[in-house]
Design a protein around this ligand. Structure first.
Ligand SMILES: NC(=O)C[C@H](N)C(=O)O
Length: 609
């Protein structure tokens, strides 16, 4: 809410003014900023609202319901005092007062972290039906000024209960206010009813919208790349396969395969049927008129018998090869030609290759969709299904995409500070006190830049000075671990860093080879608290170099023909990157575990919800 942001800013500026080391001009500038924000705050607070102006446009036919966010925004509802409004939501807490004459409910509808206090008289609704956490209510009533001692400025005095969805209190798993995040992951269908998960969802929503805004305002086309694909972009083989052969295999697998004797007996039957046909044919040419007439009648059924016998042999032979119920090729591999797509396919690990196709015709494009990795990884930084944003830009080199990555991430931070401050405040109080400062710091200053070779020097020096990493063997060519990446961004630069020009041996086939013969034009953005947030590169645009790189890595150039074709038909310098959306959310919310920032997390052994 804009007013919350303004109030927060005023407070921050007030704190800053107490800093004795401020110069006269800094002090003046801060005072001016503060009075401008103060004025803005006053305006927001006095903006006049009406029940009609705040009613949700798509909740009018049933109830004329308003979102609690719109009731409370700016002035905490003061300008609506005396008006009749309708709100709907779920009870956070309920209590009775005056021996059950009143029920006080805190209701929340997910539109903002704040709940609305609602007062229901016993003659309007039985307290026992509504006071449990988790009950759903839609209520109509007059918004009144709250008593002076209460923490909120307004409360709703209910005149009509429009809906009650009761909640079985004893069985409701999230009735308690403080539950562990691990426990909530098990109650996946109810966890968004908690303040934490709802706040994270609002931040996620804000970042998703900010992503589209940033790229749309920068002239990018949003491209939908496929989820089902035959190519492995990262060449790492950590893919989920897609097939329809398994259900049929299960059926086929139930029958024992035909024995050699059985196949031999079928073959004998086929050969007998063959001889019979030959005899009939002979009789039709050489026999008496009577024989010829009979042969004419016998030929058709004999031919049918032969065809059926041959088919039985073929089927039995195929079934004998059908190990585990799966059809096999002559060399014993699985025969995918009978599968749905006629070839092995998997769920995408990255939309990059297809994004390149579009960039090489439309110049600036981006994808934003789910990607999948079948890594058996149980860390707090990995998911089997995660969302990725992948811009791809023609006529752009490595340094252009580094700048794009920096601008995009900073833009997201600005948006989240402007639009989700209440959520950030809530989360930072509960989980990570320094989070808002880190987001602000990212929004307000340029990223660092450092080559991989420089990064290795920094790490070596750290070890020489006594710093202990879990992996203390620092040498050029290593794949830096998260502890090393975090050291560089958190301890050395104290801000996000674009690290670039990594060794060729640890990077993917599509990255452009540098002149030194050892490195490729790749970059990672390393961020405090998170480690690697972005990976990207300038793409290899030279046909021969790309094909020989594929061969070097034992990747079949035939499989990547369409990709290498782009280099044959009007090639150009182009670059792009991929940002793991959930890692951006981790950074902005200060949450520790990636499983808590996606609505329905998938990890090995878990696909709840
Ligand atoms: N689009 C990109 O550059 C991201 C890269 N394909 C990755 O998955 O890391």
């Amino acid at each position: 809410m804009a007013a919350t942001v303004a109030a927060f800013e005023v407070e921050e500026l007030r704190k800053k003014l107490q800093d004795a080391s401020l110069s006269e001009s800094e002090k003046k500038e801060t005072e001016e900023k503060m009075s401008a924000r103060q004025k803005e705050l006053e305006q927001l607070k006095s903006a006049k609202k009406s029940p009609g102006s705040i009613a949700n446009p798509y909740s009018k036919s049933l109830y004329m319901r308003a979102a609690i966010r719109d009731v409370l925004s700016g002035d905490e509802g003061v300008s609506l005092i005396g008006e009749t409004i309708v709100v709907g939501g779920w009870v956070k807490t309920g209590r009775t007062a005056e021996k059950g004459a009143f029920t006080f409910l805190e209701i929340n509808d997910g539109s903002c972290p704040t709940s609305l206090q609602v007062l229901v008289k016993a003659e309007i609704e039985n307290p026992d039906r509504i006071k449990q956490t988790g009950v759903c209510v839609v209520v109509e009533g007059e918004l009144k000024a709250a008593p002076a001692e209460s923490k909120q400025k307004t409360e709703l005095h209910v005149s009509k209960m429009l809906h009650v969805g009761t909640c079985e209190a004893a069985a409701y798993p999230i009735a308690k206010s403080k539950l562990s995040l691990e426990f909530l992951r098990e109650k996946i269908h109810l966890r968004v009813r908690t303040n934490t998960i709802a706040a994270i969802q609002r931040v996620r929503n804000c970042l998703a919208f900010a992503t589209h805004r940033f790229f749309q305002e920068s002239g990018f086309q949003y491209v939908h790349t496929p989820i089902i694909t035959a190519s492995d972009c990262e060449g790492a083989g950590e893919m989920f396969q897609i097939t329809t052969m398994l259900a049929a295999a299960e059926e086929a697998g139930k029958k024992p395969p035909p024995t050699e004797e059985y196949i031999a007996s079928l073959k004998a039957a086929a050969s007998a049927a063959g001889s019979k046909v030959a005899d009939i044919k002979k009789a039709s040419k050489e026999g008496s008129d009577e024989d010829k007439e009979k042969a004419k009648q016998d030929l058709k059924p004999a031919l049918d018998e032969l065809m059926a016998a041959k088919k039985a042999v073929e089927e039995a032979e195929a079934a004998a090869k059908n190990v585990g119920g799966l059809p096999r090729t002559a060399t014993g591999g699985i025969d995918y030609s009978t599968d749905f797509f006629g070839q092995p396919v998997n769920m995408t690990v990255s939309g990059q290759l297809q994004a390149e196709i579009y960039a090489c015709a439309m110049t600036s494009v981006y994808t934003f969709g789910p990607t999948f990795r079948a890594e058996n990884s149980h860390t707090s930084r990995h998911l089997a299904e995660f969302w990725m944003i992948e811009p791809e830009i023609a006529f752009a080199d490595l340094f252009d995409v580094m700048q794009c990555a920096e601008d995009y991430v900073r833009y997201c931070c600005v948006r989240v500070l402007e639009e989700c401050m209440d959520d950030l405040v809530l989360l930072s109080k509960m989980y990570d006190k320094g989070c808002i400062d880190r987001v602000r710091a990212v929004a307000s200053q340029p990223f660092g830049r450092c080559s991989y070779t420089e990064a290795i020097e920094i790490l070596k020096k750290a070890v020489a000075n006594g710093h202990k990493f879990e992996n203390n063997e620092i040498e050029w060519g290593m794949d830096m671990g998260s502890e090393h990446e975090r050291y560089i961004s958190e301890k050395v630069f104290k801000k996000p860093v674009c690290c670039y020009n990594y060794p060729k041996a640890i990077k993917a086939f599509y990255m452009r080879a540098n002149e030194d013969g050892k490195t490729v034009a790749s970059m990672d953005v390393l961020v405090p608290g998170v480690g690697e947030l972005i990976g990207g590169s300038q793409r290899e645009e030279r046909y021969e170099v790309l094909v020989s790189r594929l061969e070097e890595l034992n990747l079949d150039p035939k499989v990547y023909e369409w990709y290498t074709d782009l280099r044959k038909f009007g090639t150009c310098v182009h670059s792009g990157f991929g940002l793991g959306f959930e890692r951006l959310i981790l950074f902005c919310t200060g949450m520790e575990n990636i499983r808590d920032v996606i609505p329905f997390p998938r990890w090995p052994g878990n696909a709840r919800g």
